[in-house]
Design a protein around this ligand. Structure first.
Ligand SMILES: NC(=O)c1ccc[n+]([C@@H]2O[C@H](COP(=O)([O-])OP(=O)(O)OC[C@H]3O[C@@H](n4cnc5c(N)ncnc54)[C@H](O)[C@@H]3O)[C@@H](O)[C@H]2O)c1
Length: 261
C-alpha cells in the first residue's frame, strides 16, 4: 500500500490524538486525504495536526466525547463545511483495562461499553446517515483479537470488542447494497500508549516483571513479533480504497499467525 494515494477522501478518525488513530491520520494526510480527528485529548490532538500541517497536509482537530451523539453530529456538520462530504470514518477511540473478573466494577463495565461499543454504534449511525446522502462510503471499526478470542482478566474489554464484531457484520449486511462498506481490523499487541499502562496489569496477571511482558508476547506469536504500525496502516489503506471493493463485514486479523478465524 506504499504508493496508494487517497486524494479526494475526507476521513474522520475517532481516537486520532494517540496510538493507531494518530498514526493513521498522519499517513492518510501524506497520501492526500483530508483528515478530521475526534478525540477528548486536545493537547495531543493538536500535536498531530501540527505534524500534518508541517508536511503541508490538511487536518482539523475537534474535541469530541464519542459517547455523546449530539456532539458527534454537530462536529460532523462543521467537518463537511470545512473539508467537504465525508467519504470514510475510522472508529479508533477505545479504552482497555486488565482486571480479574470478580474485581471488575460496574463502573468499568459501563465506561468500557460506552467508549468501545456504544460510541462505535453512535458514530456508525452518524456516518452511515451521511454516506447514504453521498451515495457511498467506507467505515473501519478498530476491534481487536479480543473481539474474537477470550482472555482472562479482560472480560469487559472482550465483551465490548465481541460486540463491535457483531455490530460491524450486521450493519455491513444492512448497507451492502447502498455502496457503504463496513469492516473491522483486529490487531494483536500494538505498542501504543494503551499498552504503556496495560503492561503493568499484564505483568501482575502473569506474575512477571513489566519489562518481560513484550518479550513474552513475542515468544508466543508464531511470527515472533508484535504488530507494527505499518501493518495497521497497510490494512486500513486497503480497506478504505477500491483495493477492497468487494469486502464488507470482514475483519482483518493482524495476528502474526496467532489467530486464524
Ligand atoms: N494497542 C493495542 O495493542 C490494541 C490492540 C487491539 C485493538 N486495539 C484497539 O484499537 C483502538 C486504538 O488503540 P490505541 O492503542 O491506539 O489506543 P490509545 O490509548 O493510544 O488511543 C486511544 C484514543 O482514544 C481516545 N478516547 C478515549 N475515550 C474517548 C472518548 N470518550 N471520546 C473521544 N476519544 C476518546 C483517547 O483520548 C486516545 O487518544 C482502541 O479501540 C483499542 O481498543 C488496540
Amino acid at each position: 500500500m506504499n504508493n496508494e494515494r487517497m486524494d479526494g477522501k475526507v476521513i474522520i478518525i475517532t481516537g486520532g490524538s494517540s496510538g493507531m488513530g494518530a498514526a493513521l491520520a498522519k499517513d492518510f494526510a501524506k497520501r492526500g486525504a483530508k483528515v478530521a480527528i475526534f478525540d477528548l485529548d486536545k493537547l495531543k490532538g493538536m500535536h498531530v495536526i501540527q505534524e500534518i500541517e508541517n508536511l503541508k497536509g490538511k487536518a482539523l482537530f475537534f474535541e469530541v466525547d464519542v459517547t455523546n451523539k449530539q456532539e458527534i453530529e454537530a462536529k460532523v456538520e462543521i467537518v463537511e463545511k470545512e473539508l467537504g462530504p465525508i467519504t470514510s470514518w475510522i472508529n479508533s477511540a477505545g479504552i482497555s483495562r486488565m482486571v480479574p473478573f470478580l474485581s471488575s466494577s460496574e463502573e468499568l463495565w459501563d465506561l468500557t461499553m460506552n467508549v468501545n461499543l456504544k460510541a462505535t454504534f453512535l458514530c456508525c449511525q452518524v456516518a452511515i446517515k451521511k454516506m447514504l446522502e453521498h451515495g457511498k462510503g467506507e467505515i473501519i471499526n478498530m476491534s481487536s483479537l479480543s473481539g474474537k478470542k477470550a482472555s482472562s482478566w479482560q472480560t469487559v474489554y472482550c465483551a465490548s470488542k465481541f460486540g463491535v464484531q457483531g455490530l460491524t457484520q450486521s450493519i455491513a449486511k444492512e448497507f451492502a447494497s447502498d455502496n457503504i462498506r463496513i469492516n473491522s481490523i483486529c490487531p494483536g499487541i500494538v505498542q501504543t500508549e494503551m499498552w504503556e499502562k496495560l503492561k503493568y496489569e499484564y505483568a501482575q496477571k502473569r506474575n512477571i516483571n513489566p519489562e518481560e511482558v513484550m518479550p513474552y508476547f513475542e515468544q508466543n506469536i508464531p511470527m515472533h513479533r508484535l504488530v507494527e504500525m505499518e501493518d495497521v496502516i497497510n490494512a486500513a489503506v486497503f480497506l478504505l480504497t477500491d483495493n477492497s471493493s468487494y469486502l464488507t463485514g470482514q475483519s482483518i486479523n493482524l495476528a502474526g499467525g496467532e489467530w486464524m478465524d
